[in-house]
Design a protein. Structure first.
Length: 183
C-alpha cells in the first residue's frame, strides 16, 4: 500500500498545477473581456473552447487521481480480506483501552482496528512521529467502527482522538502506542 504522505504530496502538486492553469486562464479571459478598444470581445468559439478546456482539465485530473488513494481498493474488497491481526480497542470516559501496552505489527500485515465507544463519539487516529496523520476514523457508540490498514514500512505511531468530545478529549493521546517492525 502506498504511504498516504506520498499520495498527499502527489495530489498537492497536481491540484496546485490545475489551480494555476485555471487562474491564468480566468485572468486572461478577464483581461480580454475588460480591455478597451479593439479586441475587447471574446468570440463564442473562444469562450466555449475556454470552458471546454477547464472541464477537460478538471475531469482528467480527477480520473488520473481516482485510484491513488491507498486504502480504497482494500476497503472496497474488504469482505474477501482476512486480517493478519485484529486489535479490539475500547474507548470510555476519555480513555483508550488497548489490548496490550504496545500494539506490535509486522510490515505488510493487514491489521483491523476494531474500536468501540461506551459513551461519546470519539475519533481514532494514527499519527507519525512528525505529527502528520496516517489515518483516522470516527468512533460512534452503538455502531461498528473499524478500519483495515496495511503498513508498508516500519515506524512508530501515536494514537490520538481526532473528534471533539469535550475539553478532556484534547488529552486523549497514547504516545508510541503502535510499533510496525520489519519481518
Amino acid at each position: 500500500m502506498v504511504d498516504s504522505q506520498v499520495v498527499l504530496n502527489g495530489q498537492t502538486i497536481a491540484y496546485t498545477c490545475y489551480a494555476i492553469v485555471m487562474i491564468l486562464l480566468v485572468g486572461w479571459f478577464g483581461f480580454r473581456v475588460t480591455r478597451t478598444g479593439r479586441g475587447n470581445k471574446v468570440s463564442h468559439a473562444l469562450f466555449y473552447s475556454f470552458t471546454g478546456l477547464l472541464v477537460v482539465l478538471g475531469v482528467s485530473l480527477h480520473i488520473i487521481t481516482f485510484n491513488t488513494i491507498p486504502w480504497a481498493s482494500m476497503d472496497i474488497n474488504r469482505d474477501g480480506i482476512k486480517p493478519d491481526k485484529v486489535f479490539d480497542i475500547s474507548v470510555e470516559n476519555h480513555q483508550f483501552r488497548l489490548p496490550s501496552e504496545k500494539l506490535v505489527v509486522n510490515v505488510d500485515d493487514k491489521v483491523l482496528f476494531n474500536v468501540t465507544s461506551a459513551d461519546l463519539t470519539y475519533g481514532f487516529g494514527l499519527f507519525r512521529t512528525d505529527n502528520s496523520m496516517l489515518f483516522q476514523m470516527q468512533v460512534v457508540p452503538g455502531h461498528r467502527n473499524d478500519i483495515l490498514w496495511q503498513f508498508s514500512k516500519p515506524g512508530v505511531y501515536t494514537i490520538r482522538s481526532t473528534e471533539y468530545s469535550g475539553p478532556k478529549g484534547a488529552a486523549m493521546i497514547l504516545k508510541d502506542a503502535v510499533k510496525v517492525v520489519a519481518r
